[in-house]
Design a protein around this ligand. Structure first.
Ligand code: MD3
Ligand code: FE
Length: 216
């Protein structure tokens, strides 16, 4: 079961409190959106998009790359953070300053001081692609928040509870929205509904999501 969230639920300034440790900052990335487009293109040149394998042997429909000291990887051995891109044997591209600054400023705006991410997972969704409900628990430091930046096509985010079967709130996420999760909301189940067809002037027919993490 889901509840729909409407824009009328939001305070002026586009700040929506989703939980004691979770806040949506509408359009927070807007001033640097063009720079983010250039940086994501540069990252994907160094560490090309790939569809990782799940531990169960399926191909993830979301295309992925990483930047930062650590990157999230999935294969037959499981999920983990790794310092080296398994496709190239090289370190992941460095975390560009415009990205780490944005993540730190968003975390601070949500009440998490001194957030210094060491990993940025970059997800790319073609229309029709979804991400099923899951928890993010591969990070060593579960005290640190996660900062998420949505770019390109809009999508509906599923914001669940601490148990898989809990009701999920549907939260519309649009280009330049930033969400910060930490504290008691850090281990909530979450997912993304199939991304609708569309075209974004800068990103084309794609949704890209950056998640900044403290992995170790
Ligand atoms: C809530 N990505 O990469 S970001 C993921 O849009 C992931 O690509 C989604 O879930 C995406 O793991 C959603 C938002 C997000 C990330 C981590 C969370 C929400 C979270 C951890 C706990 C609670
Ligand atoms: Fe997640």
């Amino acid at each position: 079961m889901t509840d729909d969230l409407f824009d009328t639920d939001e305070a002026p300034g586009g700040r929506l409190v989703l939980g004691p440790g979770a806040v949506l900052l509408r359009g927070f990335a807007r001033p640097v959106a063009a720079a983010l487009h250039a940086q994501v293109a540069a990252i994907a040149r160094q560490a090309p998009w790939r569809h990782m394998a799940t531990p169960g042997g399926r191909r993830m429909s979301v295309a992925t790359t990483n930047c930062g000291a650590l990157g999230w990887v999935s294969d037959a051995r499981g999920y983990r953070y790794a310092a080296v891109d398994p496709d190239s044997g090289r370190p992941w591209p460095a975390l560009p300053a415009v990205l780490s600054t944005l993540a730190g400023e968003a975390a601070a705006a949500a009440g998490f001081a001194d957030f210094v991410p060491d990993a940025c997972l970059v997800n790319r969704y073609a229309p029709g692609t979804r991400l099923s409900l899951h928890q993010d628990r591969d990070e060593r430091d579960l005290q640190a928040p996660i900062v998420s930046v949505s770019l390109g096509l809009p999508a509906t985010f599923l914001w669940g509870g601490l148990a898989r079967g809990d009701r999920a709130l549907r939260v519309p996420l649009r280009h330049s929205d930033v969400v910060v999760w930490g504290g008691e909301d850090r281990l909530r189940f979450h997912g993304v509904l199939p991304v609708p067809q569309g075209h974004h002037a800068e990103w084309g027919a794609v949704r890209v999501n950056l998640t900044f993490r403290r992995a170790r």
